[in-house]
Design a protein around this ligand. Structure first.
Ligand code: ATP
Ligand code: MG
Length: 386
């Protein structure tokens, strides 16, 4: 009996005219995810995607990787059979024979309307055959085992275990964004949330060497590598920020430092984004978490932005963010110690409600264009893959 994976997508199917674009991207991403697992082919059939397998395919690895492909609603390891009742019955019986169960329900989805029986007729016929063959009974409401038959195009697919996918939209279908990645807990989670909405993510990281050590550089590269399991091959832009910080510290009043760091980061990230054809900036900010993340300060910070700044964690609690970081697998690296460039030279009483005028006045002491230009020219670009 041929075994293969049947992949179902949820929201992707709802995209009208764009449907084919979404499906093609999903197929491409599945191929990237399954590299080296021994799959034979990934192809679209009516409303679904089939992953066929070589005999030596690593089923466990494929299962694990399909669980990380954004845009998949659920997937199943299925048996393929010819489109006759006899073949379907034989395949179904083989599939469930070794299972422990007392009650069973058979469900059918018939996409190929030329098949002579209706879905309820197929379920009833195959169901009766399976009950007889296994000595079990039917239960339409809370069966121990559900057996699903899908009649699609030229074949029938039969499965029992439905595996939940991650959902969302295929990475790359919503354009590109630059995530400001700090090395902390929040920003990798923010990146993941954007990937889940179909954004291909690039990363930018600011570091303050020689004021700080270089630990954060290794951390952000490792974080980007972990995230590449969903996001695939991408770039990390490493920006030396010490010179900018030195100017801010020596030329401007202490309470505004963090806000001024942030405004400079946005200006620099924006230039990198534009060159890379990214359409938004993404941060891990969450409302009220620290002084720079009050509504008033967010407003003052984003005044310098021309691209939208997206903050997918804005309404999340720290505990929720930490849970997700655990699930994604970034938590451990995020919590390793590193010197944070933004906690450098931070005053005891940072402004929580800075006025835009006061910040602009303080900033007038800086040669902004020259500092941005210097930083952009010193960027180092790293390629990461999973
Ligand atoms: P995180 O866990 O992401 O470090 P945080 O709670 O420490 O978040 P802040 O340090 O205030 O928050 O930073 C807020 C956001 O600004 C970060 O989520 C990140 O998007 C961005 N950011 C902060 N520092 C850097 C940095 N060195 N390089 C790039 N982006 C940064
Ligand atoms: Mg931080």
């Amino acid at each position: 009996m041929e075994k293969l994976f049947l992949v179902h997508y949820g929201e992707v199917g709802l995209k009208g005219k764009n449907r084919s674009f979404f499906e093609k991207k999903l197929v491409q991403n599945i191929r990237l995810s399954l590299k080296g697992t021994g799959y034979a082919e990934v192809r679209r059939i009516y409303g679904r995607i089939l992953v066929t397998l070589h005999p030596e395919a690593d089923i466990v690895a494929i299962q694990e990787r399909l669980g990380k492909v954004m845009g998949i609603a659920h997937f199943e390891l299925a048996s393929a059979a010819a489109q006759t009742i006899d073949a379907i019955q034989a395949a179904a019986l083989e599939l469930i024979r070794d299972r422990e169960f007392k009650t069973l329900k058979v469900e059918t989805k018939r996409a190929n309307k030329r098949f002579p029986l209706t879905s309820p007729e197929i379920s009833a016929t195959v169901g009766a055959y399976l009950l007889k063959g296994t000595g079990t009974s039917a239960d339409m409401h809370t069966p121990d085992l559900r057996c699903t038959i899908e009649i699609v195009e030229e074949a029938a697919y039969i499965y029992v275990d439905k595996i939940r996918g991650v959902g969302g939209l295929p990475v790359g279908t919503s354009g590109k964004g630059i995530v400001m990645l700090s090395g902390g807990i929040d920003s990798p989670v923010a990146a993941w949330r954007m990937m889940k909405r179909g954004v291909k993510v690039l990363f930018v990281h600011f570091y303050s060497y020689p004021y700080t050590d270089k630990a954060s550089l290794e951390k952000v590269e490792e974080l980007a590598e972990i995230l590449a399991a969903w996001n695939y091959r991408t770039q990390v832009y490493l920006v030396p920020f010490a010179e900018v910080q030195r100017e801010i510290v020596t030329q401007t009043p202490a309470p505004f430092r963090v806000i001024l760091y942030r405004r400079m980061m946005i200006r620099i990230a924006q230039q990198i984004a534009t060159a890379a054809k990214a359409e938004c900036l993404v941060t891990g900010e969450s409302l009220g978490q620290v002084a720079s993340q009050t509504l008033g300060n967010l407003r003052v910070i984003e005044k310098v932005a021309e691209l939208p700044i997206l903050r997918p964690l804005i309404g999340d609690d720290k505990a929720e963010i930490m849970d997700l970081a655990q699930q994604i697998g970034t938590f451990e690296i995020s919590t390793l110690p590193h010197d944070d460039c933004c906690s450098l030279f931070v005053p005891n009483h940072p402004a929580t409600h800075a006025s835009l005028e006061a910040v602009q006045k303080a900033e007038a002491a800086l040669d902004i264009n020259a500092l941005v230009k210097l930083a952009v020219e010193s960027v180092e670009k790293k390629i990461v893959d999973d």
